[in-house]
Design a protein around this ligand. Structure first.
Ligand SMILES: NC(=O)CC[C@H](N)C(=O)O
Length: 309
């Protein structure tokens, strides 16, 4: 049995020595201000133990990691009907790409690229006002992490609202195909606030634990989703969670994972643990450079890759 506290300490120490730290996302002005020297890691095991190192208690912008929680919530609302509007295939293109939509009747490839996440939020809006849908997402994440202190960073949400031209284009384009039912401003209001959730590695690893524990939160003993649904969400994270870097992440880390341009990654070792890492600098695919490297070391030392030790 690996000594997990020694492991996270060693990873934090090793990562801090690396000079190539990637590039902090600057297309969202508020994210450009984040110091690239931060690094945090948290592992929560299915028996409820926590192992943390570095800046594991500092909240950061979870950005697209939120797409996992929004998808889980939307599946709870409409079940498998969700798949009539969003696919389950890797896109092989950038997170904010528009090209496939024109050839594929405005139906996004998967729920983790921006277009797909915007459709998921359109579903969450069904019967709600934007403010209520945002409230549902925040409540759900607080419930998952068993932590009511989780909040939305409104400066980040505003920053994206002002500069999210590409996301507006995606939403309007999909609306022209009838794939989005609500006005773009409303759907994106939900989307930008969900992306602006601020969470620490410790909170994020706790929020993702249900995916490692067959759909159940071991801390509260409450069922979040069925075993089948947890397994399927993990499958989507493995194949689509890192956009056009998903193959590389599976090759190097071998775990379902979801990244965000804030530099966070949530990874799931089924039956074992939920792991969150944060380092703000990104690689060319918009995934945390050092976060991916930290997870690679972690998977090697624990033997947790789903493809074998
Ligand atoms: N990959 C990401 O984290 C992208 C999320 C970001 N809010 C955007 O829409 O551009």
């Amino acid at each position: 049995m690996t000594d997990l506290q020694a492991l996270v300490d060693a990873i934090a120490e090793e990562i801090q020595t690396r000079e190539q730290r990637g590039k902090v996302a600057d297309y969202i002005p508020q994210l450009a201000k984040v110091d690239p020297h931060h690094f945090g890691i948290a592992i929560t095991t299915v028996d409820g133990q926590e192992f943390v190192a570095g800046d594991a208690d500092l909240p950061f912008s979870i950005q697209s990691v939120s797409k996992v929680f929004a998808l889980t919530l939307a599946l709870g609302m409409v079940g498998d009907r969700l798949w009539n509007r969003v696919g389950r295939e890797p896109s092989g293109s950038a997170f904010n790409s528009i090209v496939q939509l024109e050839h594929e009747n405005g139906r996004p490839r998967n729920p983790f690229i921006n277009a797909g996440a915007i459709v998921v939020d359109d579903i969450l809006l069904g019967g709600h006002k934007p403010r209520e849908a945002i409230g549902e997402i925040v409540q759900f994440v607080r419930f998952l992490a068993n932590d009511d202190s989780i909040y939305i960073d409104h400066a980040v949400a505003r920053s994206e609202q002002e500069t999210g031209f590409r996301n507006f284009a995606l939403a309007q384009f999909m609306r022209s195909f009838g794939v989005i039912e609500h006005p773009a401003e409303q759907v994106l209001g939900v989307y930008f606030h969900q992306c602006a959730l601020a969470m620490s590695c410790r909170q994020l690893s706790k929020a993702g634990l249900f995916l490692a524990a067959s759909g159940r939160n071991p801390e509260t003993g409450r069922n979040v989703v069925s075993r089948d649904r947890a397994r399927r969400i993990n499958a989507l994270m493995l194949t689509c969670g890192h956009y056009d870097g998903s193959g590389e992440f599976a090759y190097r880390v071998g775990l379902p994972g979801k990244s965000g341009v804030g530099g966070g990654i949530l990874a799931v070792a089924p039956g074992k643990a939920s792991i969150a890492v944060w380092s703000p600098g990104l690689n060319v695919n918009g995934n945390s450079l050092l976060g991916s490297q930290a997870l690679e070391i972690m998977a090697q030392r624990t033997g947790w890759s789903i493809f074998g030790a």
